[in-house]
Design a protein around this ligand. Structure first.
Ligand SMILES: O=C(CO)[C@H](O)[C@H](O)COP(=O)(O)O
Length: 235
């Protein structure tokens, strides 16, 4: 028998813990990525068992929509609801102030809309996503409308960033977002002020949204494996 992948174990454990926080009669923002996929699965299982009743989901991506349908979670849109009670979403980096870099799945634009609207935003990560400073291990994803690609890249270089167009895997050419745009991944040697960088990037004409999320996460659930046993702690 092969040993279970510890990162997968952490993701499942933390996804399950987040799903347990969802209450009946609520509107739930459904995030994107492999960790949130477990939360969606367990929300679906709680619905199926009757433990959870009358919830509707707001998906943050095509992936979340497909998974929600697969696990029997009814869906709605932002036009049909007055608020979102809770959103569950992953992250690529989390700093001690609970600022995030998101967008590893190129879904950060819709994720930002849904996660910021939620009364409670729960971030689900494995312990490897914790960093002292944002940008230490992950580039900042920036969604750009295709005709503005070159001027946006030039503007980013002037800010000291190193931009790289995200390319598809098992697809020739760039990654195309759910909105039909492209993603530039930007490495910064240092991000001393994430609040300011988020605004500065979004002010470049042609940028739709970037993956820095500040002052937004309420709870971060962290999946860990300690002495071979999976556990979840929160900050
Ligand atoms: O921001 C995201 C997608 O745009 C994801 O939430 C983030 O990339 C984390 O993904 P995973 O849980 O697969 O590590």
């Amino acid at each position: 028998m092969t040993a279970a992948d510890p990162v997968k174990v952490m993701k499942e454990e933390v996804g399950k813990a987040a799903a347990a926080l969802v209450k009946s009669n609520s509107v739930v923002g459904l995030g994107t990525g492999s960790t949130t996929a477990y939360a969606i699965q367990y929300i679906g299982e709680r619905l199926k068992s009757g433990e959870l009743k009358d919830i509707v989901g707001v998906p943050t991506s095509f992936q979340a929509e497909v998974l929600a349908k697969q696990y029997g979670i009814p869906l709605t849109t932002l036009d049909a609801i007055a608020h979102i009670d809770i959103a569950i979403d992953g992250a690529d980096e989390v700093d001690p102030q609970k600022n995030l870099i998101k967008g590893g799945g190129a879904a950060h634009t819709r994720e930002k809309v849904v996660d910021y609207l939620a009364n409670q935003f729960i971030v689900v990560i494995d312990a490897g996503k914790l960093v002292d400073k944002l940008g230490s291990s992950f580039a900042v994803p920036v969604e750009v409308i295709p005709m503005a690609m070159t001027p946006v890249m030039n503007a980013i270089k002037k800010l000291g960033g190193k931009p790289e167009l995200r390319m598809g895997v098992r697809k020739a050419g760039p990654v195309i977002t759910d909105q039909g745009n492209m993603v530039i991944d930007v490495r910064f040697d240092d991000i001393p002020d994430p609040v300011n960088l988020e605004k500065t990037l979004n002010n470049i004409p042609g940028v739709l949204e970037n993956g820095i999320f500040v002052n937004c996460a309420d709870i971060v659930l962290i999946g860990e494996v300690i002495d071979g046993k999976p556990s979840v702690r929160q900050i």
